[in-house]
Design a protein around this ligand. Structure first.
Ligand code: HEC
Ligand code: HEC
Length: 329
C-alpha cells in the first residue's frame, strides 16, 4: 500500500512533517468525527439472486477477494488476515464474510455503502486508504448494493480479525478525516459527455473498480495522488519496486502498444516481448482483468489507450518478488 510513499523515501525530513500534521489532525479529528458522516440514502432495489451474481462479477473487477484473503496461510476466501507491510507498520485486512461476530454479518447495506463511499465504518471509525475506498467511492450505489448482496451470499467464516501493527502516530484513525478532506473526491463518478459509452465504461472499470491509479499514479508526501502525473508510474514504491508508466507516451509509456497487446496482458499476463508481468500486476491480471467480459475488456483497453501521454522514465530497479504482492498497494 502506498499511503505515504514519498515520506518513506525521504523519511528524515518529510515523515516528521507528516507526523506533526497527523498528530494535529488527529486532535481535531477526534472532535470532528461525529460530523464526518454524511447521511447515505438507502438504496431502493432489493438485492436478490441476480444482484449477488452481478456483485460477484463486480467484486472480482475490484479485487476484493485478493486483499481480503490470507492466501499465504491458506485462509478462507474473504475471511481477511492478509498482511500489507508498509513503512508505517503492517495492516491486516479484516474478515468481510457475513459472520456476525468476526465478519460484517451485522452490517446493513447502508453500512457497506458508507464504507465504500466515505471510508467510514458503522461506528464512525475512519478507514485507512490501504482499503482503496478513494477509488470505490466512484462506484454507483447500485453496484455497491450488488456487492453487498454477493458478500451476504458467502459462507460466514468465524475468523477473528488481527489488529494492525502500526507505528505510534499512524494509529490515529481520525487523522483520516483530514486526509479525506484533502484527497477524497466522493463519487459516484459522472459520465464524461466528451467520450462515448464504451470509453466511459472503461473509465469506470479502471478508476472505480480496478483502482489502477492507486499503483500507477505517483503520490505526494501525504499519500495524495499527484494528478498532474496521472498513470505516469513511480520509480520506487516503499519496497523499491518500480510501477511502469502506462500513459500513451511513445518512449516512456505504452504508446506503442496495440489494443491486441493490451488484450494479451489483461487476459493472460503476457507482455509484447513475450515475457510475463510479475508481482502485484500478475495478481491484478489473474484476479481482476482476466475475469472481465469481452465488452468490458474492450472498454478498459479503449480507456487505457486514451490516457494522455506524460513523459516519465521508469526503469525497473528490481524484479518484483512474490512477496511484494503482500506488501503494498
Ligand atoms: C488493496 C487491498 C484491498 C482491496 C482491493 C479491498 N480491500 Fe477492503 N480493506 C482492506 C484493508 C487493509 C482494510 C482495513 C482498513 C482499516 O482498518 O482501516 C479493509 C477494510 C474493509 C472493510 C471494513 C471491514 C471492517 O470490519 O471494518 C470492508 C467492508 C471492506 N474492506 C470491503 C471491501 C470490498 C467490498 C472490496 C471490493 C470492492 C474491498 N474491500 C477491496 C484492503 C482491501
Ligand atoms: C497493486 C498495484 C497495481 C495495480 C492495482 C495495477 N497495476 Fe498495473 N502494474 C503494476 C506493476 C508493479 C507493474 C509492473 C509489473 C512487472 O514489472 O512485471 C504493472 C504493469 C502494468 C502494465 C504493463 C506496463 C509495461 O510497460 O510493462 C500495464 C499496461 C498495466 N500495469 C495496466 C494496469 C491497469 C489497466 C490496471 C487496472 C485494471 C492496473 N495496471 C492495476 C502495479 C499495479
Amino acid at each position: 500500500m502506498r499511503v505515504f510513499p514519498r515520506a518513506a523515501r525521504r523519511r528524515t525530513v518529510v515523515s516528521r512533517v507528516a507526523g506533526i500534521f497527523i498528530l494535529a489532525a488527529s486532535t481535531y479529528g477526534l472532535v470532528l468525527d461525529a460530523v464526518a458522516q454524511d447521511p447515505e440514502p438507502a438504496f431502493a432495489g432489493a438485492p436478490g439472486a441476480t444482484a449477488a451474481a452481478r456483485g460477484r462479477y463486480l467484486a472480482a473487477a475490484a479485487g476484493c477477494e485478493g486483499c481480503h484473503t490470507d492466501k499465504a496461510s491458506h485462509g478462507a476466501p474473504f475471511a481477511g488476515g492478509r498482511a500489507f507491510k508498509t513503512p508505517y507498520g503492517t495492516f491486516y485486512s479484516p474478515n468481510i464474510t457475513p459472520d456476525p461476530a468476526h465478519g460484517i454479518g451485522a452490517w446493513s447495506q447502508t453500512d457497506l455503502v458508507r464504507a465504500l463511499r466515505q471510508g467510514i465504518g458503522p461506528k464512525g471509525r475512519h478507514f485507512y486508504p490501504v482499503f482503496p475506498y478513494p477509488a470505490f467511492t466512484l462506484m454507483t450505489t447500485r453496484d455497491m448494493a450488488d456487492i453487498y448482496a454477493y458478500l451476504r451470499s458467502l459462507a460466514p467464516q468465524p475468523r477473528k480479525n488481527r489488529p494492525h501493527d502500526l507505528k505510534f502516530l499512524y494509529t490515529f484513525r481520525s487523522a483520516m478525516f483530514f486526509w479525506n478532506a484533502l484527497y477524497l473526491h466522493k463519487g459516484p463518478m459522472a459520465a464524461d459527455p466528451g467520450h462515448d459509452a464504451r470509453w466511459n465504461r472503461g473509465a469506470y472499470l479502471a478508476r472505480a473498480l480496478g483502482h489502477c491509479d492507486a499503483c500507477h499514479t505517483p503520490r505526494n508526501a501525504l499519500g495524495g495522488k499527484n494528478e498532474a502525473m496521472a498513470y505516469a508510474g513511480t520509480k520506487s514504491n516503499p519496497e523499491g519496486v518500480a510501477v511502469p508508466n502506462i500513459t500513451s507516451d511513445h518512449k516512456t509509456g505504452i504508446g506503442k502498444w496495440s489494443a491486441g497487446d493490451l488484450k494479451m496482458l489483461f487476459q493472460i499476463g503476457m507482455l509484447p516481448d513475450g515475457d510475463f508481468v510479475g508481482g502485484v500486476m500478475a495478481e491484478v491480471v489473474t484476479r481482476e482483468t482476466s475475469k472481465l467480459s469481452g465488452p468490458d475488456l474492450d472498454a478498459l483497453i479503449a480507456y487505457v489507450k486514451s490516457i494522455p501521454a506524460i513523459k516519465n522514465t521508469i526503469s525497473k530497479t528490481k524484479k518484483p518478488s512474490a512477496d511484494s504482492a503482500n506488501s503494498w498497494q
